[in-house]
Design a binder for this molecule. Sequence first.
Ligand SMILES: C[S@@+](CC[C@H](N)C(=O)[O-])C[C@H]1O[C@@H](n2cnc3c(N)ncnc32)[C@H](O)[C@@H]1O
Length: 293
Amino acid sequence: MRQWHFLQFSLHPRHLESISAIIAEMGTRGIHEQPLNSGEVLLKAYFDPSSDIGRAHSHFRARCQAAAVPLSGCATGIEIERDWLKEWRRNLKPFPVGARFRIIPGRPVSGSAVRDRIPIWLEPRMAFGTGTHESTQLCLEVLETLPLTGRSVLDIGTGSGILAIASAKLGAEPVLACDIDPVAIQVARANCFRNRVDRRIRLFTGEVEALADRGYDVILANLEGKLIREKLNDFGQRLNPRGQLVLSGLLQPDAADLCRSANVQALPLTLLQDLAKGEWRCLVFTTKTHGTA
Ligand SMILES: C[S@@+](CC[C@H](N)C(=O)[O-])C[C@H]1O[C@@H](n2cnc3c(N)ncnc32)[C@H](O)[C@@H]1O
């Protein structure tokens, strides 16, 4: 019978998404999540038996330390194969986001119509974007207020595809989504199919600079602060007049820095909204028109 190496630890749920992203980068084959009575969550991340789990352990602890995420009882072990992925799915429950969306882990089953909200069926697997992270939720909350019917959307760093799928379900067309991670693109493709928007969303692996086309009505970028600052000029140049540029994944200092940055001043952009959730901020810019400061 097959054996798996695993890393096991518990942490506060607010760190779940950032830690899952680190573990995904390390090449985990799956994560099992279990809420504890203490309010913490116990995570078990599985790795191939051929992996150097001792090294992975040291690397992981260093990454958590750098990200200032406290862990309890981080240990490694070996486990005989069982269907952890099935169990992991079973632990996830549908949840609402914003006023209009419901995120539903798994796939639609016949007779399970969702009438009160727009359903987004997701199987994030190794990609970021379960809908539980504040930075994703802020984007979804902005999206549901935008006029999207027939407008073009560019989703940079699509992860599980969640924002591209939400845009398509709100009527956006065409929708283009990219990610540097080929696994994320595979996952996003499966999720687009699951939500029956695969014909309306074009996915590609790579950075936005590889795109020849410009002129999007809405650009979404839930990335990391430094990366957004570096790419802001490019994003601004791809935005149509009166378009919206939605920047998320920003911590307070990043957001302040971005607003002050010479880039923003030099670009024909003006700040429309500044939203916060927990420690995360989301900035919405539009292109300046005559008479706008
Ligand atoms: C924080 S996740 C956002 C996922 C999803 N859009 C959401 O809102 O939940 C950021 C994603 O951006 C991708 N990424 C990082 N750097 C990138 C780059 N330079 N170009 C495109 N994608 C990038 C990562 O692989 C990751 O999937």
